[in-house]
Write a protein that binds this ligand. Structure first.
Ligand code: ADE
Ligand code: ZN
Length: 341
């Protein structure tokens, strides 16, 4: 039976590799947690908060993002946040997630790392039990803070390193090059952690080079501006370095003017290992299936393209070889059942 594109996309088994848990905090839950914790958020209604979600740049968004997460205080809050995301991801056909969290933004408010970790982990575990979604956790360093702060949080996280998949680098990109964190990433690598970094979202191609050569990353988050540098494109293609691309985020943060100009199609045509993800879905108006749908419509992607993006999401994940093979086999069975090569 021929199903519509929406159903095809939602049913497509996929991994999500670029998701900030704090960016999945929906206004409804934010209000509930504000009430539960007695936190003043400066907005009277869910609608007035939602109306503020209009951004001119990454920084414009980040200001509201850090304000929003002020309602997250207890282990239960982090559990509820995580489980809400897992529930929504399950509806979008997500089978595996590698999620980011920003511990410095919580430590700075007096919330202990263990509180954050225990809450997120129990949410992920419940998501696994309820929906069969496997997961990994990536601790991100806030790049607008200094190296000493990143090193301090990494040392605090050391006793919990077996509970982490890797480390990442996020927050304000311009003016905060990856090179600022080369010693932090070297230490994380020595601890056996995977390494990823936001690069080339707003920042120049040179930041992508630095992330590759000075941070030793295993995957690039965004990478849009890499396309401005042919030598860099060749490097990414040769190494099949994965890019976790976030189309609706790029539109909302004005990284692209129009979805029709989004570089994802060019990335695929250049044989780059691009994946599609939602970044901060509560703020950008869509979860992962909405992102697949947006690029399919704006860039005229075929179902074969969509299947390729979903396959890339498993290939680019940090699942082990057997887990990847099993995930890709179920994706291929789904595609065969729908007449897609
Ligand atoms: N899109 C993004 N870029 C950089 N830092 C972020 N933190 C949350 N979302 C982010
Ligand atoms: Zn991001």
């Amino acid at each position: 039976m021929m199903i519509c594109d929406d159903d095809f996309i939602r049913g497509l088994p996929k991994a999500e590799l670029h998701l900030h848990l704090e960016g999945s905090l929906e206004p409804d839950l934010l209000f509930q947690l504000a009430a539960r914790n007695g936190v003043e958020i400066g907005y009277d209604t869910v609608e007035s908060l939602r109306a503020a979600y209009s951004f001119e740049s990454l920084q414009d968004f980040l200001d509201l993002y850090y304000q929003g997460m002020s309602v997250l205080l207890t282990q239960e809050d982090f559990h509820d946040l995580t489980l809400a995301y897992m529930t929504r991801a399950a509806e979008d056909g997500v089978r595996h997630v590698e999620v980011f969290f920003d511990p410095q933004a919580h430590l700075d408010r007096g919330v202990a790392l263990k509180t954050v970790l225990d809450g997120i982990e129990s949410g992920l575990a419940e998501g696994k039990r309820a929906f069969g979604i496997s997961s990994g956790l990536i601790l991100c360093f806030l790049r607008h803070l200094d190296e000493a702060s990143a090193l301090a949080v990494l040392e605090q996280a050391a006793p919990y390193s077996h509970r982490l998949l890797g480390v990442g680098l996020d927050s304000s990109e311009n003016g905060h090059p990856p090179s600022k964190f080369s010693r932090v990433f070297a230490r994380a690598g020595a601890m056996g952690l995977k390494r990823v970094a936001h690069a080339g979202e707003e920042g120049p191609p040179d930041y992508v080079w630095q992330a590759l050569d000075q941070l030793g990353i295993d995957r690039i988050d965004h990478g849009n501006r890499a396309l401005e540098d042919p030598l860099l494109v060749e490097r990414l293609r040769r190494d099949q370095m994965a890019l976790t691309v976030c189309p609706l985020s790029n539109l909302k943060l004005k990284v692209v003017r129009d979805m029709a100009e989004h570089p994802l199609r060019r990335m695929l045509d250049l044989d780059l290992q691009a994946t599609v993800n939602s970044d901060d879905p509560a703020y950008f108006g869509g979860y992962v299936a909405d992102n697949y749908r947006a690029v399919q419509q704006a860039l005229g992607l075929s179902r074969e393209h969509l299947a390729k993006l979903a396959r890339n999401s498993f290939t680019a994940s940090f699942l082990d070889r057997a887990e990847k093979a099993s995930a890709i086999a179920s994706l291929e069975a789904y595609c065969r059942a729908h007449g897609v090569r």
